[in-house]
Design a protein around this ligand. Structure first.
Ligand code: NAP
Length: 315
């Protein structure tokens, strides 16, 4: 079986950057992606904090990354990784029936939207409950919707939706957003958004056709209001996609790494939103990706020097 120098799991900005650096270091590299190149960025309406591109859409930015990586020969495999184990210094990357081998691995799987766990949420997901404004927003043109959450995602997506829908009830459990100040200023200027501060969603109601109402309650008084909306967008944080790796993680499942992006397993690195990081941004994932690829190359060179004593395994 061929052994890759490096397998990168996840094709977001971090994974693509690692691939660019690894290919330039002439590592035999494979990138595995379960859905489509881009990760969360591919469904972001607009990116305004990535240097060199004052304002462009998420898909456009990812298209640039993808073209760059493919242009220098990146091999991409579309599959879901089930587990990664290490045996005799070689990583086994299981993809269902097939298992691939690599001398180093970079986990760049990002994160998925969190759920609220309230009645109606699971049953009506895809029938009016959404975590993607760019995907589902157009279904609510000129209708009323509710948006839940106060982070960058909630505020950004609410601004995006405000251009499509008739009215937004923006529900947040505190009296201020944690989103970037520039986003806070922008959302404050929208005249079709009603802010329901100190409120949380407690139930999503619907029928065969989908969502009909969202029940919200005041966090202090418990007073409830029913919002008549056919759509509710939940942006209440993220959970890392890391269940398939068995290295040290924090309580939230984010992978712990050192300054070289190396996990508790030597030769396995983690980058971007799936790692413990003070900032989840494209620019950070890109920087992580560069560091991890360089360190993975060092790991492989060191390994070949000792494990194989100059003799490479059959390829
Ligand atoms: P986040 O920053 O974790 O914000 C989650 C929001 O949901 C918070 O406002 C939180 O309220 C609220 N929330 C959490 N649990 C809740 C619950 N059970 N009920 C009601 N509200 C709840 O998540 P995010 O906005 O998805 O962002 C994730 C990361 O990606 C962040 O680091 C963010 O900075 C980054 N990001 C950056 C950009 C950008 O363009 N700069 C865009 C998107 C995401 P509290 O505020 O009260 O905690």
């Amino acid at each position: 079986m061929e052994t890759y120098d490096l397998i990168i799991v996840g094709g977001g900005p971090g994974g693509i950057t690692s691939a660019i650096y690894a290919l330039r270091a002439r590592m035999k590299t494979l990138l595995i992606e379960k859905a489509g190149i881009g990760g969360q960025i591919a469904v972001s309406d607009i990116i305004e904090n990535y240097p060199g591109f004052p304002s462009l859409s998420g898909p456009e930015l990812m298209q640039h990354f993808e073209e760059h990586a493919k242009g220098i020969g990146l091999q991409i495999k579309y599959a879901a990784v089930k587990s990664i184990t290490k045996e005799n210094d070689i990583f086994n990357i299981a993809l269902g029936k097939e298992t691939l081998q690599a001398k180093s691995v970079i986990v760049a799987t990002g994160a998925e939207p969190s759920k609220l766990g309230i009645p109606g949420e699971a049953e009506l997901t895809g029938k009016g409950v959404s975590t993607c404004a760019t995907c589902d927003g157009p279904f609510y043109r000129n209708k009323d919707v509710a948006v839940i959450g106060g982070g960058d995602t909630a505020v950004k997506e609410s601004i995006f939706l405000s251009k499509l829908v008739n009215k937004i009830y923006h529900v947040h459990r505190r009296d201020r957003f944690r989103a970037e100040k520039v986003l806070q200023e922008r959302i404050a200027s929208k005249d079709n958004i009603e802010f329901l501060w100190h409120h949380r969603a407690v139930e999503v109601k619907g029928d065969q056709a989908g969502v009909t109402q969202v029940v919200v309650e005041h966090v202090e008084t418990g007073e409830q209001k029913t919002l008549d909306v056919p759509g509710v967008f939940l942006f209440v944080g993220i959970v890392p996609s890391t269940s398939f790796v068995d290295c040290e993680k924090d309580d939230g499942g984010f992978i712990k790494v050192d300054g070289n992006m190396e996990t508790s397993i030597k030769g396995m690195f983690a980058i971007g939103d799936c790692r413990v990081t003070p900032l989840k941004q494209v620019a950070v994932a890109v920087g992580d990706g560069a560091i991890a690829a360089v360190k993975a190359e060092e790991h492989v060179s060191e390994m070949e020097g000792t494990l194989y004593a100059g003799k490479k395994p059959a390829e």
